[in-house]
Design a binder for this molecule. Structure first.
Ligand code: GLC
Length: 427
């Protein structure tokens, strides 16, 4: 593929954002593959918009929070307009909302993104106006995680569906998914494999489990507390927990900056203290890594993935452990040409082209790089940033990339990739 230069890539990134923008209110991740609004995509996308249009950036987040359910959940998809190119649509979720939504969530990067917008934006008055309007929703979303996804207040929040982790088919979920009953789930028609090479997407067996889990959530009318005891897939994802902790810190920082509700500030401090202690359970002495945990067995999920580095982003890693993680990433970088693979490249399940079982994802790179930077590992942070830029310049703005040969994979004209170029790695 022809190499681009920086200016061309800036222009292409803006074209992607504009082409994928709908009603000046939200941005679809990719025109055909993902034709609705996605939760964490929108938060990263806002960072891109802010580079030229701060109002549009805030609007992206506002539209997302407008979809919040009464108890605090922010859905992972909002089906603003009808489209036939994606499955499963509202007919499977039957969440009965206007606009229709899915009934599960995604990693809570919202407060993190809001703080970054506030710090980077020039129009302070505009920022204040939007942030004041978002506090309630941001607090409520975190409250929902801590109350409804951790009803026993253990400090680790549960995930009920692989899609909630944002790392849909990560090898970590293979074993826990084997417990999901899939009898009678077929037939249904996947649309993703009409658009992308099936070798680069989750398998049909995985899809059966995804659909089965949606049906269970629906049967229980999305009652999170009831589901906690019955859902056959209940894990504590190291990515989601680390991101929630990062966002709790950022929410608290914003609350202090704005003098927002002292009592609620105390609640957030309590969550942070609880999480900091609980996340210790995710460190595995044997592997010297952070891991997700299967909450139904209490066991570590054995795989080390790109999310295993996110505790750095959450700021809970000791200096000693940060050094261990830095050595690990250096070891990985000897094996792959482009950082960061989504799965340990030495893992038997590593597949450099299959979605979250190996490929590089720019948004993960952004969070991992920031984590290392905050711990003083500037060289590693910079290597990750430059690898991301190199992939985008050489291959274009696609969904994910092969860490071995750099090939671009998945959906085309991809919004959060363009946003990461504009906000982070293309600068
Ligand atoms: C895929 C990704 C998920 C993302 C969505 C839309 O499902 O795994 O993280 O939010 O696509 O881009």
């Amino acid at each position: 593929m022809e190499k681009n230069n920086k200016k061309q890539m800036d222009d292409q990134s803006w074209s992607v954002l504009h082409e994928n923008s709908r009603d000046d209110a939200y941005t679809v991740p990719s025109k055909k593959l993902y034709p609705f609004q996605w939760n964490w995509d929108s938060c990263f996308t806002a960072l891109g918009w802010a580079q030229a249009d701060e109002k549009r950036a805030w609007q992206e987040i506002r539209t997302l929070y407008n979809s919040q359910w009464d108890r605090g959940l922010i859905p992972h998809i909002i089906f603003h307009k009808e489209s036939q190119s994606y499955f499963p649509g509202p007919e499977l979720w039957r969440a009965n909302r206007t606009p229709e939504t899915s009934g599960i969530t995604q990693p809570p990067v919202g407060a993190m993104a809001v703080k970054k917008l506030y710090e980077g934006n020039k129009d302070v008055e505009l920022s204040k106006q939007y942030i004041n309007g978002l506090f309630e929703g941001m607090f409520k979303f975190h409250y929902w995680f801590h109350e409804e996804r951790d009803p026993k207040h253990t400090g680790l929040v549960a995930t009920y569906h692989p899609w909630e982790t944002g790392r849909d088919n990560s090898a970590e979920w293979d074993e826990p998914l084997s417990r999901v009953p899939v009898e009678g789930i077929k037939p249904y028609h996947r649309r993703d494999t009409d658009l992308v090479d099936p070798e680069q997407r989750p398998s049909d067996d995985e899809y059966d489990c995804y659909v089965a889990l949606v049906k269970i959530c629906r049967e229980y009318d999305y009652d999170q507390i009831d589901l906690y005891d019955v859902i056959p897939f209940r894990i504590a994802d190291v990515g989601t927990n680390a991101i929630l902790l990062r966002s709790n810190h950022d929410l608290l920082w914003l609350m202090q900056e704005f003098d927002y509700d002292a009592e609620k500030q105390e609640t957030v401090k309590g969550w942070i203290a609880l999480q900091e202690k609980a996340m210790e359970r995710m460190w595995n002495e044997q592997t010297q890594s952070y891991h997700s945990i299967d909450l139904l067995t209490g066991e570590f999920l054995p795989q080390v993935t790109s999310a295993s580095f996110l505790p750095l982003f959450a700021g809970i890693v000791s200096k000693e452990r940060a050094e261990i993680l830095a050595n690990r990433i250096a070891e990985w970088s000897e094996i792959v040409s482009y950082m960061v693979p989504s799965l340990d490249p030495k893992d038997a399940a590593f597949d450099s082209k299959r979605y979250w079982k190996g490929p590089v994802w720019p948004i993960m790179n952004f969070m991992i790089s920031l984590g290392f930077k905050n711990y003083g590992y500037v060289d590693i942070a910079e290597r990750i940033r430059q690898d991301t830029a190199r992939l985008i310049l050489e291959q274009g703005l696609e969904e994910y990339y092969d860490p071995l040969d750099g090939e671009c994979l998945g959906g085309v004209g991809f919004t959060w990739t363009a946003a990461m170029w504009l906000y982070w790695c293309g600068k």
